[in-house]
Design a protein around this ligand. Structure first.
Ligand SMILES: Cc1cc2nc3c(=O)[nH]c(=O)nc-3n(C[C@H](O)[C@H](O)[C@H](O)COP(=O)(O)OP(=O)(O)OC[C@H]3O[C@@H](n4cnc5c(N)ncnc54)[C@H](O)[C@@H]3O)c2cc1C
Length: 506
C-alpha cells in the first residue's frame, strides 16, 4: 500500500549518494563535507531559508530605520575549536563582545551592586558556598567522558536526582544555589533546575570544558561572527548551490531493511516490522525522502533536524522501538531572547559593561550586544553607534511573559533591564523578542535535553544510526552540546562516518 506522500502530485525525483534533511549548521556541514569528498548530495529544508536556529534578522526603530539583530544563536567561545576553524575556512571574521567597565549584580532582595572581576559581590559565606559547588561540579566534569556521559561511574545515580536536589544536597545557601544553577538551568538548558538531572547538568559543563568555563561570561560569550552567525550556514549553502532545496519539509522517509518475520502477528493483524532493531546500522541501503517540492533517492540519509521534530516525519517502515522511545525523551527548553536598541550604549558612559546577573530574578542575565560590521554611511568597518542590549527570560518566566498583553510584557521586561542598568533602559528606540518556541520547524530554544533519567538510559542510542539513516544535531552532540560548534561537529561526524563506511566496504 502506498501512502499519500508517495502518490501526491508530480515533483522532480533526484538520485544522490546522500540526502540531508535540514539545512541548519549540522545538515549543511554534513553536505559540505560530503560534497568536498566527491559525494553527490541534496539538502532538503522546510523553511524558506538556511541556518535553522541561527538567523540574521532586523527590527525597525521608531523612525523606520532597520537594525541588524541575531534572532537565534550568535556567540562563539574559545573551546569551540571546530566552529572557529570553519569560520576561518569560510572567510568570515569575528569580533569580541564589549566587556569594559563594571558588571551589575542584583541580589535576591533586588539590591543593586556593581562589581569588577569574576566574583559576584555576595557575602563571604555565599561566595565560599559558590566556590564549593563550582569545585564539586568541576570534579564531576573531570570524571566524565563527554562522548559517553552514561558510562560515568555514578551515572545512574546522578541521572536520578534533579540538579536542584543535587545542589541542595551540597549546600543550604539558596543564594549560592540560585547563582550556580542559572548557568545551566535558565542560562543553558532553559528548563527549571528541578526538571533535569545532575548528570545532564554535568554534561552541559563538560561539553564546554569545565563548569568554571560555563560561569565565566567572558569565556562563554566571547565572540560573534561579523555579519551574523547565520553567515556560516549561508556560506556553506553558497558552496552547495543548487543542491539545497528550500521551503520543502520532508514528510516521509522510506528506508529499505530486512523486516523480522518473527514480529508478524496474523491473529492481531500486525505485519512484520523492525521493532527489535536492524542489522548493519550505518550501512548504505536505499532511502527515499518525500518532501513537498522534491523526492530524493539516496544510499544514506542524514537526519539533521532537532530530535523533538523527528516525529514530524513518517518513517516507512517505522523506526525500531528503542530508537523512537529514546528520542521521545529529548524535549526543547524555552527562552525569550530580548533585543533592546538605544540611540547610544548609555551604560558605558556610566562605567558599566552592560553585563548583569541576578539569580532568582525574571531577567537573570543581560549583556552589551552592540553590532559591529560594515558601516553603510561611509563603507568602513566598525562598531555601530547604537547601543544594543541582549537579555534572556527562561522557562516558567518565559511562559508567564508570553501570557501577558504585548505592552505589559514590554514594560515588565524593560523595568527589569532598568533595575540593572538604569532608567534609560526603559526607552529603547527598537525592541524585539525572539520567539523560537512558536517556530514550526524548531518549537523551542535554545535546544533539546533529556528529562530526568533519560541521558543514562538512552543516551548511548542517540547517535547510533538506524539502518542507512544517520542523526546529526547540536542537541545530541558531545563537545559543543546545544551550540553551533556541536552542530558542526555532528554534521562532520555523520559525513565522515558515511565516507568511512564507503571506504571500508569498497
Ligand atoms: C535564541 C537562541 C539563541 C542561541 N544562542 C546560541 C549562541 O549564542 N551560541 C551557540 O553556539 N548556539 C546558540 N544557540 C543554539 C544554536 O543555534 C543551535 O545549537 C544550532 O543552530 C543547532 O543547529 P542544528 O543544525 O543542529 O539544528 P537547527 O539549527 O535547528 O537546524 C535544523 C534545520 O532542520 C529544518 N527542519 C526541521 N524539520 C524539517 C523537516 N521535516 N524537513 C526539512 N527540514 C526540516 C529546520 O527548519 C532547520 O533549518 C541558540 C539558539 C537559539 C534558539
Amino acid at each position: 500500500m502506498s501512502t499519500a506522500f508517495e502518490t501526491s502530485p508530480a515533483r522532480p525525483t533526484l538520485e544522490r549518494d546522500v540526502v540531508v534533511i535540514g539545512a541548519g549548521p549540522a545538515g549543511l556541514m554534513a553536505a559540505y563535507t560530503l560534497k568536498k569528498a566527491g559525494k553527490s548530495v541534496a539538502v532538503i529544508e522546510a523553511r524558506q531559508r538556511v541556518g535553522g536556529r541561527t538567523w540574521n534578522g532586523a527590527v525597525r526603530d521608531i523612525n523606520g530605520t532597520e537594525h541588524f539583530i541575531e534572532i537565534g544563536g550568535q556567540w562563539i567561545s574559545p573551546d569551540q575549536t571546530r566552529l572557529i576553524s570553519l569560520v576561518d575556512e569560510l572567510g568570515l571574521k569575528t569580533f569580541k563582545r564589549y566587556r569594559d567597565g563594571d558588571s551589575v549584580y542584583l541580589s535576591p532582595d533586588g539590591t543593586r551592586h556593581t562589581y569588577s572581576g569574576d566574583l559576584m559581590p555576595v557575602s563571604d559565606t555565599t561566595n565560599a558556598e559558590m566556590e564549593k559547588l563550582i569545585g564539586l561540579l568541576n570534579t564531576k566534569v573531570m570524571e566524565m567522558d563527554v562522548e559517553r556521559p552514561w558510562e560515568m561511574p555514578d551515572a545512574t545515580a546522578l541521572d536520578s536526582i534533579s540538579f536542584t536536589a543535587w545542589l541542595k544536597q551540597h549546600s543550604d545557601d539558596q543564594e549560592a544555589i540560585d547563582n550556580v544553577s542559572i548557568f545551566v538551568a535558565s542560562g543553558m538548558l532553559t528548563k527549571p533546575a528541578h526538571t533535569f538531572s545532575a548528570l545532564q547538568a554535568i554534561l552541559m559543563a563538560a561539553s564546554a570544558g569545565s563548569f568554571s568555563n560555563l560561569v565565566d561570561e567572558d569565556f562563554i560569550l566571547d565572540e560573534r561572527v561579523v555579519g551574523g552567525m547565520q553567515s556560516v550556514s549561508l556560506k556553506m549553502a553558497e558552496y552547495l548551490g543548487d543542491d539545497v532545496f528550500l521551503g520543502s519539509p520532508v514528510r516521509q522517509l522510506n528506508w529499505t531493511t530486512e523486516r523480522d518475520p518473527a514480529t508478524a502477528d496474523q491473529l492481531n493483524n500486525v505485519v512484520a516490522d523492525v521493532r527489535n532493531g536492524v542489522a548493519n546500522n550505518g550501512a548504505p541501503g536505499e532511502v527515499i525522502a518525500y518532501a513537498d517540492e522534491v523526492i530524493v533517492k539516496a544510499a544514506n540519509a542524514v537526519l539533521a533536524v532537532p530530535p523533538n521534530l523527528y516525529h514530524r516525519i513518517q518513517y516507512v517502515p517505522p523506526m525500531p522501538r528503542e530508537q523512537m522511545v529514546a528520542h521521545q525523551h529529548l524535549s526543547m527548553g524555552l527562552v525569550i531572547k530580548i533585543h533592546a536598541i538605544y540611540e547610544t550604549p548609555f551604560w558605558r558612559a556610566k562605567g558599566l559593561s552592560g553585563t548583569g546577573f541576578g539569580g532568582g530574578h525574571m531577567v537573570q542575565e543581560v549583556y552589551d550586544n552592540t553590532n559591529y560590521g560594515p558601516n553603510a554611511a561611509n563603507g568602513t568597518e566598525g562598531e555601530d553607534p547604537h547601543g544594543v542590549l541582549v537579555s534572556f527570560i527562561s522557562d516558567v518566566h518565559a511562559e508567564a511573559m508570553w501570557a501577558l498583553p504585548e505592552e505589559e510584557r514590554k514594560h515588565r521586561i524593560l523595568s527589569e533591564l532598568a533595575a540593572y542598568l538604569g532608567e534609560e533602559a526603559m526607552h529603547p528606540i527598537a525592541f524585539y523578542l525572539s520567539d523560537m518556541g512558536a517556530e514550526e520547524w524548531t518549537r523551542g530554544a535554545y535546544a533539546a535535553s533529556y528529562d530526568l533519567g533519560g541521558l543514562s538510559r538512552w543516551g548511548d542510542l542517540q547517535n547510533q544510526p538506524t539502518g542507512p539513516i544517520y542523526y546529526a544535531c547540536s542537541d545530541i552532540a558531545a563537545e559543543g552540546y546545544q551550540h553551533v560548534d556541536g552542530a558542526v561537529r555532528q554534521g562532520e561526524l555523520a559525513a565522515n562516518s558515511i565516507l568511512q563506511y564507503a571506504t571500508v566496504s569498497a
